[in-house]
Design a protein around this ligand. Structure first.
Ligand code: ADE
Ligand code: ZN
Length: 329
């Protein structure tokens, strides 16, 4: 079994495997998104974040019913368990569903039908992170937050995702303040394709407690110093960064530099069905392509729990499991 770890950056819609997409299309009487699974997989050659998002939003049209969302989450849990995941803080994109006429109740009820029993069925604790689409108006995000109020027992945090460049965090200052007032934690994608200044905005204007991706922080030495001093976690997604061409190849990935700078780095899968691997595959790739050794990978596994929203007691228990893990990683 792979080393125990938390997954803090996975979009549940990004775990939709082509086979499940075809099965759901059939079940819902929809025209399949492509002639066959292989031709769909061939469409997974992305040139940047937007080229991925175009397919990501198109394919999720097969998700229509509560059962579809339950099956999606169950399929993720099956794969995550096999990858050593013991705790998952899972992003979902409500506006990508409500915008096409699927109610927030359908989405959350469907997901939580799988997630509420995941400790028992998969030995994985879970929580949801509600992401706002940053390329949609802030007023729509605020409305989404209000619609989510009946479901807050399942949601620990809000996040910010979708097309980054041209959509700076400052646009969502009021929405994130409202989320804070509801008792929600806050995270934000920043510095994936966008500049280091977006990371500063996420920290200073949104109160982000974790930065999703954040790899472009290296362009601002003062920011690196700040992130190290505050031990603000970065949820880094190596395979994603290569597939979306945020970095040219794995051998040039900045993760080792981020660790050397003393940052609280974690490793995650982002949209694993699209990017060629689940979370442990990302750990393995860091060994194969960047030469990370057993102690570095173990530190990344410890960091994943440290950076989570678990209680201090639960973090300590799971970190002890990392330390007791009998294999190198
Ligand atoms: N939504 C799903 N995956 C994303 C990513 N890598 N960046 C921004 N938004 C996303
Ligand atoms: Zn992401």
């Amino acid at each position: 079994m792979p080393i125990p770890k938390a997954e803090l950056h996975v979009h549940i819609e990004g775990t939709l495997e082509p086979e499940l997409a075809f099965a759901l299309a059939r079940r819902n009487g929809l025209t399949p998104p492509h002639p066959d699974v292989d031709s769909l997989r061939r469409a997974y050659s992305f040139t940047d974040l937007q080229s991925f998002l175009d397919l990501y939003y198109a394919l999720m049209d097969v998700l229509r019913t509560e059962a579809d969302f339950t099956d999606l989450a169950t399929a993720y849990l099956d794969r995550a368990a096999a990858q050593g995941v013991r705790h998952a803080e899972i992003f979902f994109d409500p506006q990508a569903h409500t915008g096409r006429g699927i109610s927030l109740d359908t989405v959350v009820n469907g997901l939580t039908a799988a997630l509420n029993t995941s400790e028992h069925t998969h030995n994985i604790s879970t929580t949801l992170i509600l992401c706002f689409l940053r390329d949609r108006p802030a007023a729509e995000a605020l409305d989404t937050l209000h619609q989510a109020r009946p479901h807050l027992e399942h949601i620990s945090a809000v996040g910010l995702d979708s097309a980054e460049v041209g959509h700076p965090p400052e646009k969502f200052t009021e929405v994130f303040a409202a989320a804070r007032d509801l008792g929600l934690r806050r995270v934000a994608h920043a510095g994936e394709e966008g500049p280091a200044s977006y990371i500063w905005q996420a920290l200073n204007l949104l109160g982000a407690e974790r930065i999703d991706h954040g790899i472009r922080c290296l362009e601002d030495p003062d920011l690196v110093t700040h992130l190290a001093a505050t031990q603000t976690p970065l949820t880094v997604c190596p395979l994603s960064n290569v597939r979306l061409r945020a970095v040219p190849d794995l051998a040039q990935h900045p993760l080792p530099a981020l660790m050397e700078a003393g940052l609280l780095v974690t490793v995650n899968s982002d949209d694993p069905s699209y990017f060629g691997g689940y979370v442990h595959d990302n750990y393995q790739a860091l060994h194969t392509h960047l030469g990370l050794g057993a102690e570095q990978l173990r530190q990344l596994a410890r960091n994943s729990f440290t950076a989570s929203f678990l209680t201090p007691q639960r973090k300590a228990q799971l970190i002890a499991e990392v330390d007791a893990h009998p294999h190198p990683w």
